[in-house]
Design a binder for this molecule. Sequence first.
Ligand code: ADP
Ligand code: MG
Length: 588
Amino acid sequence: MTKFEALGLQQSLLDAVSDMGFETPSEVQEKAIPLLLEDETDLVALAQTGTGKTAAFGFPLIQKIDAASRTTQGLILSPTRELCLQITNELQSYAKYEKNINVVAIYGGASITEQARQIKRGAQIVVATPGRMKDMIGRGLVNISKIDYCILDEADEMLNMGFYEDIKDILSNTPQEKSTWLFSATMPKEVSIIAKKFMHSPQEITVGSKNSGASTVQHEYYVVGGRDRYPALKRLADAHPDIFSVVFCRTKRDTQKVAENLIEDGYNAGALHGDLSQNQRDLVMNSFRKKQIQMLVATDVAARGIDVDDITHVINYQLPDEIETYTHRSGRTGRAGKSGISMVIVTRSEMRKIQAIERKIQQKFVHNKIPTGPEICEIQLYHLASKIKDTQIDKDVENYLPAIYDVLQGIDRDELIKKMVSVEFTRFSNYYNKAKDLNSSVSKDGNRDRSGQRGPNDNGSVRYFINVGEKDGYDWMSLKDFIRDTVGLGRDDLFKVDVKDSFSFFNTEAAVTDQILQTFTDFKVKGRFVNVEVSKSPGGGRRGGSGRDRGRRKDKGGYGKKRHDKKGHRGSASHSGKRRSTKRSDFF
Ligand code: ADP
Ligand code: MG
């Protein structure tokens, strides 16, 4: 294996490398560092997100900077404030044994005078977002007319974000004779235009195949009915108790809504989108970095700044319009040599897009099933067991133990384990044991799988007759709650609830018919038989329904990770038919 010493880095930088814990250079570093150190050359380097591009340009840049001069010699343009700060921090650590090298970050949303002051003190390296940079050039607060090196980092993302004009402007303020290094994960047309226009016979480095997602990322898709996206998301989270993920939605509204729902359902979630103030976004990002947030729901634009290494899962709650965007999303996981999973929740009509993405990233998707209730219970219980096993014993707990031993006296180990597990199991199974299968049965080419099994999305929903109605004090909401809670169904499982005077109708998917009929066999309320039969009346189809309750339907409940325990919060919503008001997230 080539070590960093072989790349031509000076001792002070090698010391920093070892302090950072880097042992072997990544491929892009191995290729770029010697080349940039030896030659004054323009360079186009394509490598996936998380492959260590910062060090690939950072180390050569620092080695080449003249620390004795205070002139700004290197400019790094980067798409977001978060990345700017990240690069600045990295560069400062690389330069820790170099005296007198100043790296200054310039980005919007912070005091321009303070940034100008830092520049004035002498910054050999400036790391900037294009917008703020242009602004500062315009006001004469920074001088880049003498730079030797210009680095366009995450060039594809900068262009994606519409910075082309700004970049052009900024480059026109730099000298002709300088080296330009362009780093990018992908090479869309816009990037090659920049390379052609502003670079002189650049050398090229490509790591992995162009345009392909990082190979450490596994791509999976899950096919569900359109209204099952949210419950499917929850199950994916529940099936991965240690999930640390970014959930991508298409719009700010969906982003906010999904995050709020997750929070309300007890998950550690947060929203990141452009309608939040910079301060709110910082709060969310800090909690995410500290893993207080396990599921960060984000728009594509807002997520550009996320540069957190150990994201385990990227979840595409909805697919993006552009395939390129998918590459960016999935590149948020599988970073720094770790493996990651990119999950896509799709409906049958979106299946074609999966194939288009496969062609583009030259990787196959795995078609997985949304886990069933029992599968999730099993995972959660194993998780609980191993968590107990790995838990550090808190010294303070000693004080309470005598009393606890008293209470648990006479219970042997086996029984104790059974009881302990049952505490959790009951909670899981109450929520999940009757939960329906969310998978739309399809084959990969988008045709319905005709395996003959009566899946929940086999269009035919079933209409029922029930012998209670307005006279018994029900309206459609309270009747829906009553049936749902009695049978143990999810909030989405009942629809077209039609309350008449002394009887009512409602629909469910065929998959839960047996369960409903069984529950209402010999079922009495206040001494009176409540009877449910499959209705022969027309109007059983899902389509053409009144849609009255469609907008309100929301799968609530689920047991989430952490319960913000409020009475009746979980799985035991009140029978009154009153809706809980949506709680705002802790972050707003
Ligand atoms: P990219 O810009 O290609 O997306 P980064 O430069 O942000 O990737 O690096 C991703 C992560 O990998 C960072 O946390 C960085 O510190 C780490 N890293 C970079 N090079 C190495 C290396 N040679 N060995 C170990 N970790 C590395
Ligand atoms: Mg980078």
